[in-house]
Design a protein around this ligand. Structure first.
Ligand code: SAH
Ligand code: SF4
Ligand code: F3S
Length: 442
């Protein structure tokens, strides 16, 4: 039995693809292992969203090639860098045996068998087969209790800085009936929480209405949310949402279904209309604020998180100051802040990258500080509150520590035993840490 080590970078879509790759390889007679140094085959599922993410691939391959005292493993590259670079990877990074694009991962077993049989430099950037199997074996899920369910793949938005539409192709929604069937299966096998995932989940638009008929008259995504809630699965989260397509009926669905969790991830990218236009985001600051107002008006106490890019081409001090103001206005529960990274092939790559690296760092740190301030204000409401927490695993730091997420997607740690694992427990918050809460079971 050949031993395969699979390393995954990037977003949840990549984690989810890797889960299906492991499922397929184990079914086809390979052994998936956790220790890279023992592997006959190393697969790297790559991300290309920023230059640093892409760099990880080249560093890793270089390291494997110069590994001393050990047989050199077969190296296969999957995911977004594979899709974008294709065969050029063989020149650029000698040692790579095969390359599988983002929609070719279903053919991983066959490709690997060919590579083991001595064929070199195989590149498959083809499309998914019609009968591609979207299910993940229980043993290959990243958690026994939490499952990622892709509902839409690809992206049609072409924000000017972003490589994802090129790496992932056009938007394609999965049939609602198939999604509901998967959630029902997951529920039966003990999964407590599903995350409906996609580059832009609320752009969900399936070819047919099958499975959604009874929730008519609303946007397809809000109908899907109601259909998934109706499966009776304990908790449903979804990410990422795209502001332009964020319709009010999504909030209505959350308001009327307890199992739709009170957390929305809504990347804003910038607080300046001028920059948003140049990014081609399709939303204004004002439109974004109205969504935030509506979310805050909900009785469900919805947590809001975002992504922000600092130092986009042409971003002035004034534009940046507007981003700071927006972060203060929205009071995000957390923000992922990124320094703009030019990606070859995107429209922004042709713009002058005129904010110096030093200035990007200054803005990054300043915004991070502002975020820390608004975040600690948000968190100061929590001590004394009781949160419903899914006990997901043992926390490594404390003895008898258990770690999980609240419905509002905060990391919550508490003391407990094995009997709590996989259960949703009531935890009273005692203490606020930098990026988590600490509490005790009641
Ligand atoms: N589909 C989601 C997320 C896409 S990638 C969305 O629409 O927002 C995740 C985040 O990476 C983005 O939200 C953006 O903040 C960041 N990102 C994407 N391209 C980037 C680039 N070229 N430089 C810096 N950050 C980038
Ligand atoms: Fe990238 Fe924009 Fe698509 Fe998000 S919506 S994946 S940022 S192009
Ligand atoms: Fe990265 Fe590809 Fe996801 S570029 S963020 S792994 S879609």
């Amino acid at each position: 039995m050949k031993k395969v080590y699979l390393e995954t970078y990037g977003c949840q879509m990549n984690v989810s693809d890797s889960e299906r790759v492991s499922t397929a390889l184990a079914r086809d007679g390979f052994e998936m292992i956790d220790d890279e140094s023992d592997a006959d085959v190393v697969l790297i599922n790559t991300c290309s969203v920023r230059e640093k993410a892409e760099q990880k691939l080249y560093t890793q391959v270089g390291r494997l090639r110069h590994r001393k005292h050990r047989k050199k493993p077969i190296i296969g590259v999957l995911g977004c860098v594979a899709q974008l670079e294709g065969e050029t990877l063989f020149e650029r990074s000698p040692g790579i045996n095969f390359v599988l694009g983002t929609r070719a991962v279903g053919r991983v077993s066959d490709t690997l068998k060919q590579a083991l049989g001595g064929r070199n430099r195989i590149a498959d950037l083809g499309e998914r087969a019609d009968d591609y199997d979207w299910t993940v074996a229980d043993t290959h899920r990243h958690s026994p209790y939490v499952a990622f369910v892709p509902i839409i793949e690809g992206c049609n938005k072409f924000c000017t800085y972003c490589i994802v539409p090129f790496a992932r192709g056009r938007e394609r929604s999965l049939p609602a009936s198939e999604i509901v069937r998967q959630v029902l299966d997951l529920r039966r096998s003990g999964v407590r929480e599903v995350h409906l995932i996609g580059q832009n989940v609320n752009s969900y638009r399936p070819d047919s209405d099958s499975g959604l008929e009874m929730f008519g008259g609303r946007s397809p995504f809000s109908r899907l949310l109601r259909a998934v809630a109706a499966t009776g699965i304990e908790r449903v989260k979804f990410t990422t949402s795209f502001p332009r397509d964020f319709t009010d009926d999504i909030i209505d669905a959350i308001d009327s279904n307890e199992n739709l969790c009170n957390w929305v991830h809504l990347p804003v990218q910038s607080g300046s209309d001028r920059v948003l236009r140049s990014m081609k985001r399709g939303h204004t600051v004002d439109r974004y604020k109205r969504i935030i107002d509506k979310l805050k008006a909900s009785d469900r106490d919805i947590a809001i998180t975002t992504d922000i890019i600092v130092g986009f081409p042409g971003e002035s001090e004034k534009d940046f100051a507007e981003t700071v103001k927006l972060v203060e206005y929205c009071g995000f529960d957390s923000s992922y802040i990124f320094k703009y990274s030019p990606r070859p092939g995107t429209p922004a790559f042709e713009m002058e990258d005129d904010v110096t690296p030093a200035e990007k760092t200054i803005r990054f740190l300043e915004l991070e500080n502002v975020q820390k301030r608004v975040q600690s204000q948000r968190l100061s409401r929590y001590p004394g509150k009781v949160l419903k927490v899914l006990a997901e695993g043992r926390s490594t730091r404390t003895e008898n520590g258990i770690s999980g997420h609240s419905t509002c997607h905060k990391v919550v740690n508490f003391l407990g035993g094995d009997e709590h694992l996989g259960k949703v427990v009531d935890v009273r918050v005692k203490e606020i840490k930098a990026n988590s809460l600490f509490g005790e079971i009641i």
